[in-house]
Write a protein of this length. Sequence first.
Length: 249
Amino acid sequence: EKVIKDLKTLSLLRKIEKHSLAIGRHDRCKVVIEPRISEQWFVKMEPLTEMAIKVVENHDIEFLPKNWEKVYFHWMKNIKDWCISRQLWWGHRIPVYYCSDCNEIMVELDPPKECKSCKSSNIYQEEDILDTWFSSALWPFSTIGWPEKTPELKYFFPTDTLTTANEIIFFWVARMIMTSLYFIKQIPFSRVFIHPTIYDKFGKKMSKSLGNVIDPVPVMEKYGTDSLRFTLSFLTSPGRNIFLMIEQG
């Protein structure tokens, strides 16, 4: 109403009409999402993709089933810059520091005691935290001592096979490959096995938020543990999702 009033005052209002639109809501708490323009931190991704594409094209890294390579290539060849900043209460804080006196921006491993430019001690840290997938992207080597050259890093990196789901090929798999090639100059793993996803009888992915998961305990009590094991083993095959339903009988 305030906007309409101001537009009328400025003689800029042409007409008022009703407009239907989809209101975005958070997938967990269902709160209405209200977009607003704000400054964010980004990682420029295109320079990281060239080698990450080549290692899959050259079969240094193999996707199983192979058809998931198409998903990987499509995302890598149409990549956008990655917004890595989040406005949340908890997480890894972005290691950027600002000088209150001269507005110098500093990126440091440890909190600086004074400004590099004007020597002021009025320093404060960036309040935003890193996207959770940022630390996940560093997982193959950051969990075993990197940036130090530890025995664990030498022994466990690179590893052999990554088993994961298809919906995080671009969130996680691609980013682990890019960061490993950038920081370690090696691939993080040689195979990516994409396991099936379980759907309900309506074709929706089973998830806790949707409430369509099946509790295995009553199923085992009614049909037997071995029956459930055999069913899941029989249905689990590369490249095929599982449509699981428990029929009354």
